[in-house]
Design a protein around this ligand. Structure first.
Ligand code: FES
Length: 116
């Protein structure tokens, strides 16, 4: 715990490739997508708030935004705001770098019951 937020180790900094998402699954079943963009590291929920598809780690990065690969809705990597106003925002998670390791706020498990 750091500042009352539970963090989990996601990866080492060197494992992240520029603009390529890494899927991180927590012991609680929550999922995050971690990205490095221009040297800065972001963590967002891996589950898109639109159709609840766990594919944000496959999203395309454009500037500081992420496009969901399923229907291309655009979200801010920094705030999670849906920039098309088509759905609710994407959860974002705190990131800490300690030595060469990336720690992220533990992602929350999905709180919906959705079957495909
Ligand atoms: S599931 Fe992500 S935009 Fe539709």
């Amino acid at each position: 715990m750091i500042n009352d937020i539970k963090y989990i180790r996601a990866c080492s900094v060197s494992e992240l490739e520029e603009k390529k998402g890494l899927r991180v699954i927590s012991d609680n079943g929550g999922e995050a997508a971690v990205f490095k963009v221009k040297g800065k590291i972001f963590a967002v929920d891996n589950v898109c708030p639109h159709n609840h598809t766990p594919k944000m780690h496959l999203g395309k990065i454009k500037d500081n935004d992420i496009l969901c690969p399923v229907h291309l809705y655009k979200f801010s990597l920094r705030t999670g705001k849906n920039l098309n106003n088509q759905t609710s925002g994407l959860k974002t998670y705190e990131v800490k770098i300690i030595d060469n390791d990336v720690y992220i706020e533990e992602p929350k498990p999905a709180d919906f019951n959705f079957t495909f």
